[in-house]
Design a protein around this ligand. Structure first.
Ligand code: ZN
Ligand code: ZN
Length: 170
């Protein structure tokens, strides 16, 4: 769905939409959407900019950075975004926006596509490091064995017999 300037000039636009897995094209992303994505947002004109704020929630599946096993990542994200018209950059009319608090993007044409906004927010919600669990041992770099399940012969895994070994945080 498209949020158009034409409509925003008349009134603010409230959107509530669910995207099934596969409905959004995440273009080569290293995750899959595995649950429905629900987005609820309100769009309005602020000067010449389109402001969209709201919330989205979904579930993603990605691979653990260490062992490549599947990791499910719940996403709940609030957003408050400003989109500036492309051609307005030249004749900058200063709109009072505390830049550090807000994310500013650009739009061209008659408005913005909700799917693009959602797509970007989901991509940003993915953590930099995806691990199945903090103590995941990962794969052996030499033979590729999953160290969570087997002990390979490449490098001896340090075995501590101390009764306190399991109590150590690190
Ligand atoms: Zn893992
Ligand atoms: Zn190995």
């Amino acid at each position: 769905m498209r949020i158009t300037l034409q409509e925003l000039e008349l009134h603010r636009v409230a959107v509530s939409k669910a995207y099934a897995p596969g409905a959004l094209d995440y273009q080569g992303a290293e995750f899959r959407q595995v649950g429905p994505l629900q987005v609820d947002a309100v769009a309005e004109l602020v000067g010449s900019e389109i402001r969209i704020r709201g919330h989205l929630g979904t579930r993603l599946k990605a691979s653990c950075d260490r062992c490549l096993g599947p990791v499910e990542i719940p996403v709940e994200r609030d957003f408050d975004l400003f989109y500036r018209p492309m051609k307005a950059i030249a004749r900058e009319e200063e709109v009072e926006i505390p830049e550090d608090e807000l994310e500013v993007g650009f739009f061209s044409g008659d408005g913005i596509a909700l799917a693009n906004v959602v797509n970007e927010q989901v991509t940003l919600a993915l953590p930099m490091k995806v691990v199945c669990r903090s103590e995941c041992l990962g794969l052996c770099p030499a033979c590729g064995a999953d160290r969570n399940r087997e002990t390979c012969q490449c490098s001896p895994v340090p075995q501590e017999d101390s009764p306190f070994a399991s109590l150590k945080g690190e």
